[in-house]
Design a protein around this ligand. Structure first.
Ligand code: ZN
Length: 176
């Protein structure tokens, strides 16, 4: 296992954060290794989600973990979305900032495969649903900053607060 470098917009490969990732067609040992590295990288950051383009791998793969819910998803697709909630999000690829009042569906159903190629279907709501939507956006080159209703909702956060582990309360900021 290895902790991979999380790229930010100003990284030489930062353009990859703006590109649509490719569908995975080969479910092999390389994919399983990628997913293991993504778990390790996400937990080290620490974050609640990570998409492969954030480590400069242009594939449709994500990992997400919030409280006792977790999943690795390959080629995920939102097949159902219900309701709307506003919340605060951070992104490991946009250090030093959070976005407030980001609108997301309250509940989603996502289908895809796990890293072994087995079809999976995940029904999520609340913060876990938000994490999944944030990470799926990454696979399409979309960042939370694209979803700000008001530019004033992009707020700078001091580095000392940013380094803190996320408290598992609904009021905490997700970072993925
Ligand atoms: Zn992110």
């Amino acid at each position: 296992m290895a902790i991979r470098k999380i790229i930010t917009l100003d990284h030489p490969k930062g353009h990859m954060l703006r590109e649509k990732a490719k569908k995975v067609t080969q479910f092999d040992a390389g994919l399983e290794r990628l997913v293991r590295d993504m778990w390790e990288t996400m937990r080290d950051a620490p974050g609640v989600g990570l998409a492969a383009p954030q480590i400069a791998v242009p594939l449709r793969v994500l990992v997400a973990e919030y409280e006792n819910e977790r999943c690795a998803l390959v080629n995920p697709e939102i097949i159902k979305a219900e309701g709307e909630v506003k919340g605060t999000e951070g992104c490991l690829s946009i250090p030093g900032y959070v976005g407030e009042n980001i609108r997301r569906a309250e509940k989603v159903v996502v289908k895809g495969r796990n890293e072994k190629g087995t079809p999976v279907k995940i029904a999520a709501e609340g913060w876990f649903a938000r994490v999944l939507q944030h990470e799926i956006d990454h696979l399409n080159g979309i960042l939370y900053t694209d979803r700000l209703d008001d530019p004033k909702d992009l707020v700078e956060v001091p580095p000392e607060e940013e380094g803190e582990e996320l408290a598992p309360t609904p009021a905490s900021t997700i970072k993925g």
